[in-house]
Write a protein that binds this ligand. Structure first.
Ligand SMILES: Nc1ncnc2c1ncn2[C@@H]1O[C@H](COP(=O)(O)OP(=O)(O)O)[C@@H](O)[C@H]1O
Ligand SMILES: [Mg+2]
Length: 231
């Protein structure tokens, strides 16, 4: 379980997150909606231990997230797969080497990391023929899928998605949205999605929050998401 209590986080003397509370249980999927620049990426990176915070509690399976405690963070990072907004693939590595990168770093032999990497390539619905392509040869949607395959390679308990559908055409938005749902359902990986895409949010509307004024609020049941978004 991920637990956030009373989180306070500033960026350059500006308070971005104020007394924020959030929980994500095993197997759950949560969506956090919010306008551009409101602090969604700051939130997800803080929970993942990629940014420090001033106050409050952030815990993953009972362990305190503290970016300055490398020993603990290594354990926590082994449980969290992060799908970055722009994919964050390594330009000089092929698709399959990108997917297997973390495995290689963790000492997997070539035969083994390649086997797992190909399995994850297939799991995200990409053809074997893209394995040798370089990131520059991939479309925006394919980069996100490779980034997702890489996150899956280390068998995470939690997946964090930062704007998984941003900048994609509609058919790719539909494809990635269904992939996110299937990964959660089939593999039981708890997922936290940060987005400003109402299509994506509506698909997972059982557990949806808005980030507003540094806090998470549940949209009222009677109001449509569009109305709430426009406020
Ligand atoms: N590294 C940084 N340096 C300066 N300001 C930043 C940095 N990262 C984020 N911010 C500021 O913090 C706020 C929240 O950013 P972010 O979390 O990226 O928003 P979102 O993901 O919701 O679009 C923005 O006003 C942004 O300008
Ligand atoms: Mg962002």
């Amino acid at each position: 379980m991920i637990k956030v209590e009373g989180l306070v986080k500033s960026v350059q003397d500006r308070v971005i997150l104020k007394d924020l509370n959030f929980t994500l249980k095993q197997g759950e999927i949560a969506v956090i909606l919010g306008r551009s620049g409101i602090g969604k990426t700051v939130f997800i990176k803080t929970v993942a231990g990629l940014l420090p915070y001033e106050k409050g509690i952030v815990e993953v399976d009972g362990m305190r997230v503290n970016p300055y405690n490398y020993t603990d963070m290594k354990i926590i990072w082994s449980k969290i797969g992060f799908v970055f907004q722009y994919g964050a693939l390594l330009d000089s590595l092929s698709t399959i080497e990108n997917i297997g990168f973390g495995l290689k770093e963790n000492g997997f032999k070539e035969k083994e990391w390649k086997r797992i990497a190909f399995e994850k390539l297939e799991a995200v619905g990409l053809d074997k023929s893209v394995a040798g392509l370089m990131p520059a040869q991939l479309s925006g949607g394919m980069k996100k899928m490779v980034s997702l395959a890489r996150a899956l390679a280390l068998s995470p308990n939690y997946l964090f998605y930062d704007e998984p559908t941003a900048g994609l055409d509609y058919s790719m938005v539909v494809r990635i949205t269904s992939l996110i749902g299937n990964i959660n359902k089939i593999l039981g990986i708890a997922s936290l999605i940060i987005t400003h895409d109402l299509y994506l949010a509506k698909k997972f509307r059982e557990n949806i929050y808005f980030l507003k004024d540094g806090r998470l609020v549940k949209p009222p049941k009677k109001v449509t998401l569009e109305d709430f978004y426009d406020e």
